[in-house]
Design a protein around this ligand. Structure first.
Ligand SMILES: Cc1cc2nc3c(=O)[nH]c(=O)nc-3n(C[C@H](O)[C@H](O)[C@H](O)COP(=O)(O)OP(=O)(O)OC[C@H]3O[C@@H](n4cnc5c(N)ncnc54)[C@H](O)[C@@H]3O)c2cc1C
Length: 433
């Protein structure tokens, strides 16, 4: 054998991935239902609730121990306002409003000036449990969506894993509310991971911080190995002296990559310790910082962005474009956290409010998948605006409604009549314009 051939073979042998061929197995079907929602953030729970209210049988799969997604597991506690910018008309209602009203009754929400609401997100967890139980949704907590069985462009079943092992759920329609679009990726829907992703942050609830903490962090960051950065904090309703802190970012992270996500969790918690140490050393003797809670999951802003039948653009948002198939209204500005410096860059919509059309959530390439959450089809600028929860809550409600209609009529989700979705949402209490 020629030496070069031998070298090539040796190199190939060395670089061949180490794999194990698993034996084929029979996987028990744990449930057959009309709609299965993967991911139980507010988006996912609201999708499940609306599907159930439309008469569908619904399964809801969540990998954490509680519902709420970023709002609960990452401690993100601000919901923006429900009124339009100029006319001050109510443009958001539905389940967002219902949850706010329920939380108000137990003093678990405070009004944050013009901006919106600050929530006690532990109380939110319990409120979301209540919604799931009241609407007879079958919940699967501590349960990971692992894979899909496809037939052409249809998902026949999803495989889930939990303490009971690997099981399958058969559903007519699947709502992918995993944030990352884990099912949509497996189903082959086109997506991109943009250059300059908005970086994630680890949030924490801390008491006894000095009021000057932001200034202290920028002054002493180098001593504690923190990069130049920008962050924010918010009070926690009903917990005087406790701040929800989002002061840092973990740069250079693609959070849909498991290795990078692991490293980011550890780095994010290190950053929290670093600014606690700054507060201990430089915060003055009257302040005794105490770490009350560190987020059980790093706060993820952006990963995969999918291509659906329509891609919402920054121009649509800034010009406050109206869509005949609109299912959500929003006012939150374009807010992009710089991938290198963490600095927030804002652009204000030049009108009363913008809209999100149903076509950003469905694709002709996927017969029975509805996208719901931050992965819907939007360019970088539009994403910067639509990514907040009051917007995605409405996307969830529309996803559940559209999924239930597609399941009932046995038709592709992209052929569901947007007017019908809008009518049903309006009847269910959403503000449809
Ligand atoms: C630090 C930070 C601050 C922010 N500040 C604000 C703010 O002030 N106000 C605001 O409105 N928005 C804010 N945002 C943005 C907002 O929180 C998110 O864009 C929004 O919550 C995304 O919602 P989602 O439903 O798409 O995803 P997520 O909330 O991430 O929900 C996805 C859900 O799916 C589950 N999941 C994922 N993969 C799987 C799987 N394979 N199997 C089972 N379950 C799975 C997750 O556990 C999670 O519950 C902030 C974000 C961050 C990170």
């Amino acid at each position: 054998m020629a030496k070069t051939d031998q070298n090539t073979r040796q190199t190939a042998a060395k670089s061949a991935p180490d794999v194990i061929n698993e034996s084929p197995r029979n996987t028990p079907v744990v449930q057959t239902c009309d709609v299965c929602v993967l991911g139980g953030s507010c988006t996912g729970v609201f999708a499940a609730v609306r599907a159930a209210q439309m008469g569908a049988t619904v399964a809801l799969v969540e990998k954490q121990n509680a519902f709420g997604g970023m709002a609960t597991s990452a401690l993100v506690n601000v919901w923006h306002k429900l009124e339009s910018n100029r006319g001050k008309a109510q443009i958001i209602g539905g389940l967002t409003q219902l949850v706010i009203e329920r939380l108000k009754k137990i003093d678990a929400v405070s009004i944050c000036g013009e901006h919106g609401f600050i929530l006690n997100t532990d109380e939110l967890k319990i409120e979301l449990d209540r919604l799931v139980v009241e609407n007879r949704i079958t919940p699967y907590l501590h349960t990971f969506y692992a894979a899909a069985q496809m037939e052409g462009s249809s998902v026949k079943a999803v495989f889930i894993e939990n303490k009971n092992g690997r099981q399958a759920i058969r559903a007519k329609v699947i709502v992918d509310a995993t944030g990352d679009g884990d099912l949509a990726k497996d189903a082959g829907l086109p997506f991109q991971i943009r250059n300059g992703l908005q970086p994630p942050s680890t949030c924490a609830e801390i008491s006894g911080l000095p009021p000057s903490i932001n200034g202290l962090i920028s002054k002493h960051r180098a001593e504690f190995s923190l990069a130049p950065d920008q962050g924010w904090g918010a009070p926690v309703p009903g917990a005087p002296g406790v701040t929800m802190c989002a002061y840092t970012h973990v740069f250079d992270t693609v959070a849909s990559n498991a290795t990078q996500l692991t490293a980011a969790e550890i780095e994010g918690r290190r950053q929290v310790r670093a600014y606690m140490d700054i507060a201990r050393k430089y915060g003055g003797k009257d302040n005794k910082p105490c770490l009350r809670d560190v987020a059980s999951s790093i706060g993820i802003r952006e990963t995969r962005s999918f291509q659906a039948n329509y891609t919402l653009t920054g121009k649509d948002v800034l010009s406050c474009r109206r869509f005949s198939n609109a299912i959500a209204n929003g006012t939150y500005h374009i807010d992009i956290h710089d991938p290198d410096t963490g600095k927030f860059k804002f652009k204000e919509p030049e009108g009363d409010f913008y809209q999100i059309p149903l076509s950003t959530m469905v694709s002709d390439r996927a017969r029975n998948i509805v996208l719901a959450g931050r992965m819907i089809s939007a360019d970088r600028s539009a994403f910067g605006a639509i990514r907040v929860m009051v917007n995605l809550n409405q996307v969830g409600e529309a996803a559940g409604t559209a999924a239930a209609l597609a399941a009932a009529d046995d038709k592709p989700v992209s052929e569901v009549d947007a007017a019908s979705v809008r009518n049903h949402l309006a009847k269910l209490g959403a503000v449809i314009i």
